[in-house]
Ligand binder design. Structure first.
Ligand SMILES: Cc1cc2nc3c(=O)[nH]c(=O)nc-3n(C[C@H](O)[C@H](O)[C@H](O)COP(=O)(O)O)c2cc1C
Length: 170
């Protein structure tokens, strides 16, 4: 599968089969994160792989009851181990770095036939407590991971005309 096919086919998966994810596939997805770019190549990240049923349920509760999170065989929780670096453009590096790694994982998962759903709606303090994440570490995102138990959903996107301009902001 080429990159554009993965980008155009992928959609958020909110229902998962009760089928385990092969260790080789999981490893390839984590490798996609490891190989991602980061500001100054700092790689200040940690990815927590959660398979324990009870822990997954707790994470679903910490995500305001999004129960499908707990129903996937795996939940990956993406953390930034350093959050103080501000890039010259004024943006904090950590959300960008960890988000790129998550995007790469999500696309790799899709190529392997696996579903994901970016989860940004969660209580960070609760997630940190559940997973014993140190105080200074930030939780940026999490995603369930597993074989989809739903058909791909239709994409609703703005047109290129609406989001692209040339030479100056219009
Ligand atoms: C930063 C971010 C946070 C999101 N948080 C959630 C979430 O908490 N729960 C959820 O079900 N989907 C969440 N999503 C998924 C979006 O709703 C979804 O990507 C969007 O509607 C487009 O649909 P698609 O992913 O199927 O193309 C999030 C996506 C992003 C990028």
């Amino acid at each position: 599968m080429d990159v554009f096919t993965a980008i155009s086919q992928r959609s958020s998966v909110r229902a998962y089969k009760d089928t385990d994810v092969e260790e080789d596939n999981l490893k390839k997805i984590l490798e996609a994160a490891r190989l991602s770019p980061s500001a100054s190549n700092r790689q200040e990240w940690k990815f927590i792989v959660v398979k324990n049923k009870e822990t997954k349920k707790k994470l679903a509760n910490a995500a305001f009851g999004q129960s499908f999170i707990g129903e996937a065989p795996i939940v990956i929780v993406a953390c930034a181990t350093e959050s103080k670096s501000i890039m010259a453009c004024g943006q904090p590096a950590y959300t960008v770095d960890v988000s790129i790694a998550c995007a790469f994982m999500i696309l790799q998962a899709h190529e392997l036939g696996l579903g994901t759903c970016w989860i940004g709606a969660f209580n960070e303090d609760e997630v940190k407590k559940i997973l014993k994440v140190p105080e200074k570490v930030r939780v940026v995102a999490m995603t369930p991971l597993g074989y989809p138990d739903q058909p791909p959903s239709q994409k609703f996107r703005k047109s290129l005309d609406q989001i692209v301009c040339f030479e100056k902001y219009e």
